[in-house]
Ligand binder design. Structure first.
Ligand SMILES: Nc1ncnc2c1ncn2[C@@H]1O[C@H](COP(=O)(O)OP(=O)(O)OP(=O)(O)O)[C@@H](O)[C@H]1O
Ligand SMILES: O=P(O)(O)OC[C@H]1O[C@H](OP(=O)(O)OP(=O)(O)O)[C@H](O)[C@@H]1O
Ligand SMILES: O=C(O)c1cccnc1
Length: 496
């Protein structure tokens, strides 16, 4: 009898690029701009979100490295253009798309910067068509990575200096999310990942124990642990396959004793049942056997809430393995950052501010090119809030700074003896990378330093205080002026 075998088809497009990783409307709008001859007008877009995810008091900005790579490599490949041709786009437009590269300027927060609602994380200044074509990918990258870094940071707030391992790959929303999500978790302070490719690509330390499958394969814990110990020096035995306290832990102890100095018995892992109770009992057993340095690892749908709860119960867990709820941002699957046009070159070559009005005052965009500062009180090293000023303003030179709420303007304070730390840096200038992308460890340290600048009230998990993000008087006046202008225009139209 002959057997049918099948080949996996070749990847259909060897020159596939990320230029088509966009929404069709971006290409359609670009076609409009090009046909009208305004595609090269300078446009300024800002990326910001309106609500911090997980009701947290801050978010951790992440995604810049991948974004830089995307922008540097931006171009439509031959197969991209062929696909668009099939879709009916005219040749002359495709010829134009073929020439498009990213030639703009990006000013951005550094990865690991703490970011709050309604403040720009990054600003793109580029020919209108280029700036429009990249919107979708920019948001795709920043929204996901910032979301996961923020979730990881919440978990880190609870575990403190205890070790956290990222275990989420199997439950992530496919391959890319696993890889970049792991990186985001590491930025926020995770110690290691189980994903070996993330280790290779980013230099994140990799670590792992073993699964129930190995115990099941030997159909016996003693045999399985022994075989593992014969093969590996570092041993963490998974003890919950049959009966944690009556079989798993005693067997781990037995094998650890038997192998003595030939292995490093790092500990045991609990993956089901009452983790508080089991960890306390297991701790006693390990200590009584003389393995006081052996650590207790725990996993099983953990997140910041269960960890907090386990700690409150006095659980004796030293190492936390966290997968599903971190990598999928289980309780809030999306960050809603937006990409909004804030200024555009007019027909006379002048830059004109643009605004998006909403009946919800919090949703009205803030027009004009802006700079964002963190106002740090020099007497205590803590942040007084963030201050958004127009491009030409220099709050760092002011002796006394008035900070007021951008909607409830009566909430105001004066700050003296402060440092105004500018949060945006030029990353790409006229298409060229002019910024040294920091090593991951540097970013991790940067997050820690940033968190030290924040009062604890903004860092608690539950009902954190609202961190002030204020507008300068000029920025606020400019916004009001634009709102009035639009209102007058609308009124004139209604009356006409
Ligand atoms: N002492 C505890 N206090 C609060 N939550 C706990 C405690 N122990 C375990 N948990 C959590 O309770 C949930 C238990 O889920 P579930 O009932 O699915 O696990 P299990 O039945 O013990 O194990 P599994 O189904 O994975 O074999 C997990 O999210 C776990 O992290
Ligand atoms: O629980 P998470 O935070 O997602 O961490 C990753 C989980 O992956 C493994 O479980 P596995 O895929 O074998 O499934 P199970 O333990 O749920 O049966 C491991 O034992 C963890 O429980
Ligand atoms: O190494 C582990 O223990 C591990 C890795 C991935 C998922 N769950 C557990």
């Amino acid at each position: 009898m002959t057997r049918n075998t099948f080949q996996i088809p070749e990847a259909p497009y060897p020159d596939d690029s990320l230029a088509l990783h966009t929404d069709k409307y971006q290409i359609n709008m670009t076609q409009v701009y090009w046909q009208d001859g305004i595609h090269d007008r300078k446009a300024v877009f800002e990326v910001y979100f309106r609500k911090i995810p997980f009701q947290n008091g801050y978010a951790v900005f992440a995604g810049l490295e991948r974004l830089v790579r995307y922008l540097q490599e931006f171009r439509f490949s031959d197969s991209d253009l062929a696909y668009l041709k099939e879709d009916g786009y005219p040749d002359a437009f495709l010829e134009y798309l073929k020439s498009v590269r990213f030639t703009g300027t990006v000013r951005s927060m550094r990865e690991g910067e703490l970011v709050f609602a309604n403040e720009p994380m990054l600003r793109v200044e580029a020919p209108l068509a280029e700036a429009q074509l990249i919107e979708t990918a920019v948001l795709n990258i920043i929204n996901f990575q910032t979301l996961i870094a923020t979730k990881a940071s919440r978990i880190k707030q609870i575990v403190g200096d205890e070790t956290t391992m990222e275990f989420g790959t199997r439950r992530a929303q496919e391959l890319d999310a696993a890889i970049w999500g792991t990186r985001a978790a590491f930025i926020a302070g995770f110690d290691a990942t189980s994903n070996v490719r993330a280790g290779k690509l980013f230099g994140i330390p990799t670590a792992g124990t073993h699964a129930h499958a190995m115990v099941q394969a030997y159909r016996d814990e003693y045999a399985a642990f022994r075989k593992y110990a014969e093969c590996h020096t570092d041993c963490v035995f998974l003890v919950d396959t049959y009966d944690t306290l009556r079989s798993g832990v005693p067997t781990a102890i037995e094998v650890a004793k038997e192998f003595g100095d030939r292995i490093k018995f790092k500990g045991i892992r609990l993956d089901s049942g009452d983790l508080a109770y089991l960890s306390k009992e297991a701790r006693k057993m390990l200590d009584e056997a003389g393995f006081t340095d052996a650590k207790i690892y725990a996993s099983n749908d953990l997140d910041e809430h269960t960890i907090l709860n386990l700690k409150a119960q006095g659980a004796k867990i030293d190492v936390w393995g966290i997968g599903t709820k971190l990598i999928t941002a289980y309780d809030q699957p999306a960050l809603g950052a937006v990409y909004k046009l804030i200024a555009i070159e007019d027909e006379n070559g002048e830059m004109a501010d643009t605004i998006k009005i909403s009946s919800n005052p919090e949703k009205i965009s803030t027009p004009g090119r802006k700079r964002v500062f963190r106002i740090i009180n020099k007497t205590n090293g803590k942040s007084e809030g963030d201050y958004i000023a127009l491009e030409h303003e220099e709050p760092q030179r002011q002796e006394r700074l008035k900070m007021f709420h951008p909607v409830h303007t009566y909430i105001a304070k004066f700050v003296t003896n402060f440092e105004a730390r500018e949060l945006h840096h030029t990353v790409i200038e006229n298409g060229d990378l002019v910024y040294r992308l920091p090593a991951l460890r540097e970013i991790q340290t940067f997050v820690k330093e940033n968190l030290n600048v924040l009062w604890d009230e903004y860092k608690r998990l539950l009902n954190p205080a609202e961190y002030p993000v204020n507008l300068s008087q000029e920025c606020w006046d400019n916004k009001m002026k634009r709102i009035e202008e639009i209102q007058e225009k609308v009124n004139r139209r209604v009356q006409a």
